[in-house]
Structure formats: structure tokens, C-alpha cells
Design a protein around this ligand. Structure first.
Ligand SMILES: *Cc1c(COP(=O)(O)O)cnc(C)c1O
Length: 403
């Protein structure tokens, strides 16, 4: 497809995010088709990209949602996700969030500790409801990914150990207010190796078998998210191999298979566009200063993440440059030693694979307005979030001039 990015930049201003909705659809159907013949539900991890239009696009295709706050649950409901396809995960939930989730009657609350289970039981009792729950098990498997995005080892704060999970299931099964119907794990993000997934499935499937033996019937087997994507030259997981492994490890169980991909659905569908302000050459270093900053896309600063960066329609000999933003932090960069041609004021630069954990992690640091978001579908572009204004940013601040 021939897209005139310059024209989009003129139309929407910079910086902006662009999401290819056809690519998102492709990802969803590829994964869904890979589960063919199995009972399955794909719960899109809303935190990866929480724009209502993105969620609605996936909801229309049949996706559910994996949410980690009541705000995300509300987004999912607003975007048209079926309430019985919504799960609420996360290591800490306030009572009011638990109450709202039970009132919305969503599919599952994913629990991550015994203390949380007791809170949920108490709130369910107050409401006179039975809470459908799932317990996040920590299978103590090294996902072989970046330590910041690894979650399945005992040293991480997530989930509970197998023995504890079993005790919790026994407790929940006896409680009038808890209905333990699911089991869950999520070992990390940007996984490019299937072996940790297979091992985790095996461990958790064994737990399901031992629970069945004591008449605790688990119906939903949730393998979490984490499927890796290509940022540079990673070799990623094949969707069919992924679902086959999960199906194999659970073939005797007659469970509905759930998964919670976030990055896989949206990362490669998105790009961040920013314009060059100017170049600056220190003694031995070339800097390209752009109008986007770490407040727009924090992954390079936060995780040392790599994103491929290119100049749009600029020719010339490429030399290494650090691509940096205007934010007052040394960590405000998108890439280091990026080969780029000589650049002029207003040239357009694209940061690739920015559809996941890009805008959803954006902030107003330095009182910078959050960027616009644009969808591209069937060759047509449309604004799905307007650029913020200064007024948007100060709206909730109280009068400060004392009379
Ligand atoms: C973050 C998260 C996901 C999504 O992870 P991706 O790497 O984006 O697929 C899924 N499930 C849980 C519980 C999470 O915390």
C-alpha cells in the first residue's frame, strides 16, 4: 500500500501514532485460526494499547479483553466487548474495583494472593454474589526474556506458588461466595522461545489434574500473554506451533483455552511519527532532535528497548546519530547510533513497531500534550484520539489564585 506519510503528518500534526487496523485484524485471525478445533478465547491485553477504537476493532472480530484495572474493564465494556469475555487480572485490586467487577458480572477475576482472595470473598458476600475466580499460578519458569518483563519466577511479585494455589482452590471451593473456575499463568513478555510455555503448561495442567481428583473442576485454562514480536531481527513464535503446544499439554482436560496477547496484536501494527526540529553536532556525536519525546514513547528509556528508526523519504549518506526528544532527561532518546541521512527541520522520522506500550504508557511529563492517534483501515485514515491541548492537561487542577 502506498501511504503518503508526509500528507498524514501535515493533516494531523506531529508527533502522532499510526495504527494499521488491517494488520491488527490479521494478527487476531491468524491466532484464532491457529486454535481451530479447540474451545478458545483470545483476551486482548488492553494495557498494550487501550484506545477505544483499537479495543472495539478487536471486539468486533470476537476478541475478549484482559484488564488490569477497573478503568480498563470499563474501556472494554464501552468498546463493546461481551462481559463474559472480560477478565480482570493484576496483583492489586481495591475493594471498589472488586465490587464493580462483580456488579458488571464479567467472566473472571484473576487472583494473585490469598489475601486478595479473602477480600474478594468479603466483597462478594456483601453483594450476595458468587465471584467466578481464577488463580494466577507462578510456575517458576525462566521465560528467557528481559528481566523487567519476566514475571514467572518466584522472585517476581506475580502469582502464587503451586502448593499455595492448591490450598486457595480448596478454600475457594468450600466458600459460598467464590467459584473457582479458572487457572492462569503469565510468565513474561516478548517471549520468543516456546519451551518455557510448554513447561509452564505442563506444570499447570498437572495442577488441574490434581484439582479434578478432589472434585474441583477447572473450566478455563489461561496461558497468559507474552507472544514476542519483531523489533529488530528476532525469530518469533509461530502461532500454530504455539497453540499446538498448549493443546497438546491439555489434551485430556476438556478446558476452554484462554490467552492474553497484547504486544502480539498491536506492536507491529503501530508506528510513531515525529518531525525533526534540528540536528546538533557535539565534538564526536551527532544528535537528531525530534518533536516527540520519552513522554510519548518511553520503551527505549524504560527498558532499553530497540525500535527501528528511519527517515521518511530523505536520501543521502547515512551516518550514526542519536535520536533524542526535547524532554529534560538524558534518558530521553528513541535510538542510539541510528544510521540516518542528513536531516533538516521538518523532515519526518518514523519509529517502527510502536503500537504496543507506546501511547498507553504516555505521560504529560514536561507538560507535553499527548500525541494524536490515527487509524489506517482499508487504505483510509481516521483520527481515533485528538492531540491533547493545554486546557485538557490542566482541567482537573483547582483554582490557584487566592483572593
Ligand atoms: C501484560 C500482560 C499481558 C500481555 O502481555 P504481552 O506481552 O503484551 O502479550 C497478558 N496478561 C497479563 C496478566 C499481563 O500482565
Amino acid at each position: 500500500m502506498d501511504i503518503n506519510y508526509q500528507a498524514l503528518a501535515d493533516k494531523y500534526g506531529t508527533p502522532f501514532y499510526l495504527y494499521d487496523f488491517d494488520h491488527i485484524q490479521n494478527r487476531y485471525t491468524t491466532l484464532k485460526d491457529a486454535f481451530a478445533g479447540k474451545k478458545s478465547l483470545i483476551n486482548y491485553a488492553v494495557k498494550a494499547n487501550s484506545n477505544l477504537s483499537v479495543i472495539a476493532h478487536l471486539a468486533k472480530l470476537g476478541a475478549g479483553a484482559d484488564c488490569v484495572s477497573i478503568g480498563e474493564v470499563q474501556r472494554a465494556l464501552d468498546a463493546g466487548v461481551d462481559k463474559y469475555k472480560i477478565i480482570f487480572s493484576g496483583v492489586g485490586k481495591r475493594d471498589d474495583e472488586i465490587r464493580a467487577a462483580l456488579e458488571y458480572d464479567i467472566l473472571l477475576l484473576n487472583l494473585e494472593s490469598e489475601a486478595e482472595m479473602k477480600r474478594v470473598e468479603m466483597v462478594a458476600k456483601e453483594l450476595g454474589k458468587e465471584a467466578r475466580i481464577s488463580i494466577r499460578v507462578n510456575p517458576n519458569i525462566d521465560p528467557q526474556t528481559h528481566p523487567y518483563i519476566s514475571t514467572g519466577l518466584h522472585e517476581n511479585k506475580f502469582g502464587v506458588e503451586i502448593d499455595m494455589a492448591k490450598r486457595m482452590y480448596i478454600y475457594a471451593n468450600k466458600s459460598e461466595y467464590l467459584n473457582p473456575v479458572g487457572i492462569h499463568f503469565h510468565i513474561g513478555s516478548q517471549l520468543t522461545n516456546l519451551e518455557p510455555i510448554r513447561e509452564s503448561c505442563g506444570i499447570v495442567a498437572d495442577l488441574v489434574r490434581s484439582l479434578r481428583a478432589i472434585k474441583i473442576d477447572i473450566k478455563f485454562f489461561d496461558v497468559g500473554g507474552g507472544i514476542g514480536v519483531v523489533y529488530d531481527d528476532e525469530v518469533t513464535i509461530d502461532a500454530t506451533a504455539y497453540t499446538q503446544i498448549i493443546a497438546n499439554e491439555t489434551k485430556d482436560l476438556d478446558v476452554t483455552l484462554l490467552c492474553e496477547p497484547g504486544r502480539y496484536m498491536v506492536a507491529n501494527a503501530g508506528a510513531f511519527f515525529t518531525r525533526v526540529l534540528y540536528e546538533k553536532n557535539n565534538e564526536s556525536k551527532r544528535f537528531v532532535i525530534v518533536d516527540g519525546g520519552m513522554n510519548d514513547l518511553i520503551r527505549p528509556s524504560l527498558y532499553d528497548a530497540y525500535h527501528r528508526i528511519e527517515a521518511v523519504m530523505v536520501e543521502g549518506e547515512k551516518t550514526p546519530a542519536d535520536v533524542v526528544g526535547p524532554v529534560c532527561e538524558s534518558g530521553d532518546f528513541f535510538g542510539k547510533n541510528v544510521p540516518l541521512p542528513p536531516l533538516q527541520h521538518n523532515d519526518l522520522v518514523v519509529v517502527h513497531s510502536a503500537g504496543a506500550y507506546g501511547f498507553s504508557m504516555a505521560s504529560n511529563y514536561n507538560t507535553r500534550a499527548k500525541s494524536a492517534e490515527v487509524a489506517l483501515q482499508d487504505g483510509k485514515d481516521r483520527l481515533i484520539r485528538a492531540r491533547e491541548t493545554y486546557e485538557d492537561q490542566i482541567r482537573l487542577e483547582l483554582p490557584y489564585l487566592q483572593k
